[in-house]
Design a protein around this ligand. Structure first.
Ligand code: CA
Ligand code: CA
Length: 579
């Protein structure tokens, strides 16, 4: 008989010993399950996840779905069997199904998003489209897949699976799924993201069952996509809204990209509106912005640039290459830096020096070993020193190729000083502008700032520190983002400055925080006698204990007396079978 194991003990000590203001259960949590935890099966893994969530319920869980209609490449994980949307709460062998998992999770977690990415419905499965796991409707060919990016051509299949799942009889009034999330990474950039969103928008309006129609649509995007995010979390006009126009920048984006021509034609036919739309709902009800503290090792002028998030980096580490290991910075300092970046206040030290020369109201910035990632017309740059700053205001836009191909940038902007300075500089490491006109007063409630508990290379992720470090950062960041004056706010809607909502912070992801913050053993079903940690107590565990006979191997010491002996074999025999 299936059951969730009682809550693990691993968090109890943690929550009582850290910052009283926050605990892990305050944060929206991702579980990408990108690494298969050992030999554990999907049912066993989800038993563990259910147990974790029962003891430490997140306000929202974003849960990655692995190719539900694919038997799986080596037929060992039983994806199709586990994810069968028409299944009961257990399969024919008595193992937990995804349906059963959701039903058991619902009393503890009331908001689950199902996350789909490029690998979630692989095109390599034959027949393609393969609808064999739910009965075949809607099919991959029935819903204009040509309007989708090729990488997401099987989104119709996904919706078929989702429809069947949401209508599963076992989940009626016991279903925690509130949203359908997409990670569009790799689908071709902003125009294709719009394609996916509009396809889903039309699907919901014209085809979806009431159960799917009720789901929120969400997407996770890099922070640099802030302009797209602003558009897609704002309410859109409808034909009923007199005097409104389709948001100007989204309109411009559609006109400029042939990839969205199908929808552009629809808008033209609809006199500027999408004909299926009858509400002002935003295209995305939830948008996750990956505020990852990425910091590439060193930028070479002319080479492809990447994220320059250095709000969590050592303040003097201008080239992100200073130390062998990342030194955790204070929460207050990290928060202050991020607020600066979101207010477009230059905060990151520049590498090398910059000289400004002025001629005919045009400025040329010449750098020596510099990094000048001018982006989207929002970059601000200060020259440090007694004769700086140049400029102190205005928008400094890079006029040539982006990223710069040389350490010389021709820029336009307000000129406040003469030429001839060769000085260190400070700049906005990533230009961000969460301001009107696209932002509405409701937009901030749809934006979730997502931080990372990873611990990777020299990158200043929060996984390098402790949960307390992260909570301290959030405490400071939240406190600093309640200002609502135009000058100090980070979000601004139609009525002016908007505070950052208190419950719009997410953490990526469960495996990372378990690994890096020492919380339990990710994905491992712990049961007495299971020395091999695979959720089953059998001969392998006997052999495991014998192989450590007489030692103090922790995984084989089932009675906890510090030595492997007969008593441990007795525990194994006593616990024989499934956990
Ligand atoms: Ca075992
Ligand atoms: Ca023992």
């Amino acid at each position: 008989m299936l059951r969730f194991r009682t809550a693990m003990l691993f968090l109890l000590g943690l929550t009582s010993s850290v910052c009283a203001q926050y605990t892990l259960t305050d944060f929206i949590l991702w579980d990408y399950r990108d690494t298969s935890p050992g030999t554990i099966t999907l049912p066993k893994y989800h038993e563990w996840l259910g147990s974790y969530c029962q003891g430490n319920p997140p306000p929202r869980l974003i849960l990655y779905i692995t190719d539900p209609c694919n038997p799986d490449p080596d037929s060992t994980q039983g994806w199709l069997k586990f994810y069968d949307p028409t299944a009961g709460v257990t399969d024919a062998d008595g193992n937990l199904t995804f349906v059963g998992f959701l039903k058991q999770l619902q009393p503890h977690v009331s908001d689950v998003e199902l996350l789909i990415d490029l690998t979630s419905f692989s095109a390599s499965v034959t027949p393609n489209p393969s609808n064999s796991c739910w009965g075949g409707s809607p099919s991959g060919s029935s819903l204009e897949p040509a309007w989708l990016p090729s990488a997401f051509s099987r989104l119709p299949n996904t919706m078929g699976w989702l429809e069947a799942l949401m209508q599963n009889v076992h989940l009626q009034n016991a279903n925690p799924v509130q949203a359908f999330a997409l990670d569009p990474e790799g689908s071709g950039g902003a125009p294709e993201y719009i394609n996916i969103m509009l396809w889903l928008d039309k699907y919901k309006a014209t085809t979806a069952s009431p159960q799917v129609q009720a789901l929120d649509i969400s997407m996770t995007l890099a922070f640099e996509a802030h302009n797209l995010v602003k558009n897609c979390v704002a309410e859109l006009p409808t034909p009923l809204a007199s005097g409104s126009n389709w948001p100007a920048s989204l309109w411009a984006n559609m006109q400029a990209n042939s990839g969205v021509a199908n929808y552009y034609a629809q808008i033209q036919q609809g006199n500027g509106f999408l004909p299926w739309r009858t509400t002002t709902d935003s295209l995305l009800q939830r948008a996750y912005l990956q505020v990852y503290s990425a910091c590439i090792a060193q930028r070479t002028p002319g080479s492809e640039t990447s994220e320059f998030w250095r709000f969590a980096a050592t303040s003097s580490d201008c080239d992100c290459n200073e130390t062998a290991t990342y030194t955790v910075q204070s929460g207050a300092s990290v928060a202050s830096n991020l607020v600066d970046v979101m207010q477009r206040t230059p905060a990151a030290c520049g590498k090398g020096t910059i000289e400004a020369s002025v001629s005919n109201q045009a400025v040329t910035l010449s750098g020596t070993n510099s990094i000048m990632p001018f982006m989207e017309g929002y970059t601000r740059l200060f020259l440090d020193g007694s004769s700086g700053p140049i400029p102190s205001s205005g928008v400094w836009k890079y006029m040539a190729s982006d990223p710069p191909v040389a350490d010389t940038a021709h820029v336009t902007g307000q000129i406040e000083s003469s030429a001839g300075h060769s000085l260190p500089y400070t700049y906005t490491e990533i230009s961000i502008d969460f301001r009107a006109p696209e932002m509405t007063d409701n937009s901030p409630d749809r934006i979730i700032l997502m931080f990372s508990a990873e611990k990777n290379g020299l990158l200043p992720f929060f996984g390098w520190g402790t949960p307390s470090d992260f909570y301290s950062f959030i405490t400071n960041f939240y406190a600093s983002t309640q200002a609502t004056t135009d000058a100090t706010t980070v979000y601004m809607g139609g009525s002016g400055g908007l505070p950052v909502p208190h419950n719009r912070f997410g953490l990526y992801d469960l495996k990372q925080l378990c690994d890096n913050w020492g919380i339990g053993q990710y994905g491992t079903v712990i049961c007495p006698g299971d020395g091999t940690l695979d959720g089953i107590v059998n001969l392998a565990d006997i052999l495991h204990a014998i192989s450590f006979w007489g030692t103090s191997e922790q995984t084989a010491d089932h009675n906890g007396d510090g030595i492997i002996g007969v008593q441990d074999l007795l525990v194994i025999v006593h616990s024989w079978g499934d956990c």
